[in-house]
Write a protein that binds this ligand. Structure first.
Ligand SMILES: Cc1cc2nc3c(=O)[nH]c(=O)nc-3n(C[C@H](O)[C@H](O)[C@H](O)COP(=O)(O)OP(=O)(O)OC[C@H]3O[C@@H](n4cnc5c(N)ncnc54)[C@H](O)[C@@H]3O)c2cc1C
Length: 436
């Protein structure tokens, strides 16, 4: 039977996504392994059937070679993705704990597969069967079995602090009104207020180019390198073939969202797309493309001037003079346009001449935010004077990404540091109880 500490200790976890659920479950397991009795409450602002935040909607790809193996170059990749700004110790801990955390999820019933990578090569990834929703469901069920009390439709309004900058409790909002859970609570905080600094475009990562018309989650359309992309005036504006899709989608999505009229663009292709083996893997939209037998008929369907589209395609075709037998959708094939074309197209430059002609409307989808809380390798929140006692954070609400979100790392880090936060919070409670 769990040993009661002198006073009933409470732990509050906020958020029912990957980070919050990992924290709550790991805390419950840590308390049980120590035979300590701690009341763990998870606050979630959504209704039960809608809880799960980004995690629930995300495919939750994770950058591991296999469930039991992470690439030895992982930490180096993180430095590269952040232009050397990433906190080395944070990503070292992430790499060191990734496999064990995935194993922990497996013990709670989450199964993993190695998905086929869209069309082109890219870093190896694993994926939970059922995507992020499986993580939410399995961890929520396990947390409840382990005694975590989940309060849906209960939002965290803010932290209640002492003058000494210690967390004294939380203020919550629910249909019962505003309440304060006060006393000697210790808080694992997940998803309170994300501070978006001035220059908000730098705080948002548009990580996907998605079909505007789709009702699906993450309906990416990643065949744009095999055609051209035009704005509402029918003009090209970037090098569609400047890299593999996972290297270009974020920068293109951000460009479309922040710099193009109407925050929209159109991928224009011809029926050679259908000759690419497995092309459907790169299209997660359920809506077929606009199509027509001529470019002049296609243009009005997507609302752009026919003359301009014709001019753009003619100019592109005139420069697409390379040997088309070199075309290889799965890697950078070096099939580039002649030097006269501006902007150039550096790979996969085949002429667009074979009807029917196709178009997908593309918008940038927001999948990550930057500018979150600073945390250390124990998931403690860092204030101006160092770690804030009893306050932990993990997942999307924390910082650590700079300029670009490294591909397939967000859910993984939410889980790894959520698990660490839960364990550390219990140890913190224990230390404090011993001091009382
Ligand atoms: C479409 C899409 C695709 C993605 N694909 C991938 C991918 O393949 N791989 C990857 O690594 N990442 C991906 N991401 C990013 C990834 O999903 C997130 O970074 C990750 O799920 C964050 O987990 P989290 O627990 O920190 O936050 P969330 O999953 O967003 O959970 C936060 C929870 O907190 C609750 N909450 C918020 N505020 C309060 C409050 N004040 N009081 C109470 N509750 C509150 C929310 O309702 C929510 O349930 C994708 C994101 C999107 C949107």
């Amino acid at each position: 039977m769990a040993r009661n500490l002198q006073k009933l200790q409470k732990l509050i976890v906020v958020g029912h996504g990957a980070a919050g659920l990992a924290a709550a479950l790991s805390a419950a397991e840590q308390a049980r392994s120590r035979d300590w009795s701690v009341e763990i409450t998870l606050l979630e602002k959504s209704r039960e059937g809608e809880a799960g935040g980004n995690t629930r909607w995300s495919p939750s790809y994770m950058r591991l070679d296999a469930p039991d193996r992470i690439d030895p170059g992982f930490e180096q990749d993180m430095q590269h993705a952040s232009d050397g700004l990433a906190d080395r110790s944070y990503f070292r801990i992430l790499a060191e704990n990734a496999v064990a955390t995935v194993g922990w999820l497996q013990t709670h019933g989450v199964e993993f597969v190695t998905p086929v990578y869209y069309l082109s090569a890219g870093p190896a990834r694993i994926q939970p069967v059922g995507g992020g929703n499986a993580i939410v469901e399995k961890l929520a069920a396990a947390a409840q079995r382990a005694g975590v009390k989940i309060c849906y439709e209960t939002a965290l309004n803010g932290l209640v602090m002492t003058e000494g900058h210690r967390v004294r409790g939380v203020e919550t909002q629910s249909s019962d009104g505003v309440a304060e859970i006060a006393g000697k609570n210790h808080v694992v905080r997940k998803h309170d207020f994300i501070f978006l600094p001035p220059g908000v475009e730098h705080a948002i990562s548009n990580s996907g180019l998605v079909d505007l018309r789709s009702q699906r989650s993450a309906p990416v359309v990643l065949v744009y390198p095999y055609g051209i992309v035009v704005d509402q005036d029918g003009r090209r504006f970037f090098d569609e073939g400047s890299g593999l899709v996972h290297e270009t989608w974020e920068v293109f999505a951000r460009d479309i969202h922040f710099s193009r009229a109407g925050s929209i663009a159109y991928a224009v292709l011809d029926s050679r797309l259908f000759d690419i083996e497995g092309f459907g893997r790169a299209i997660r939209s359920e809506v077929p493309p606009y199509w027509a037998e001529t470019l002049e008929d296609l243009a009005p369907r997507i609302g752009i001037p026919a003359g301009a589209l014709r001019e753009t395609v003619d100019a592109y075709n005139a420069a697409a003079t390379g040997d088309v037998t070199r075309f290889d959708a799965t890697r950078c094939d070096g099939l580039k346009t002649a030097g006269t074309l501006k902007p150039p197209k550096s790979n996969w430059a085949r002429p667009i001449t074979k009807p029917p002609f196709l178009a997908y409307p593309l918008v940038g989808a927001i999948a990550y935010t930057f500018g979150g809380l600073a945390t250390n390798e124990k998931a403690e929140v860092l204030g101006e004077r160092g770690p804030m006692p009893g306050l932990y954070a993990a997942g999307e609400t924390t910082g650590h990404f700079y300029g670009t979100a490294p591909n397939a790392v967000s859910v993984l880090r939410a889980l790894v540091f959520g698990k660490i936060a839960g364990r550390e919070a219990i140890e913190f409670i224990r230390t404090r109880a011993d001091q009382d």
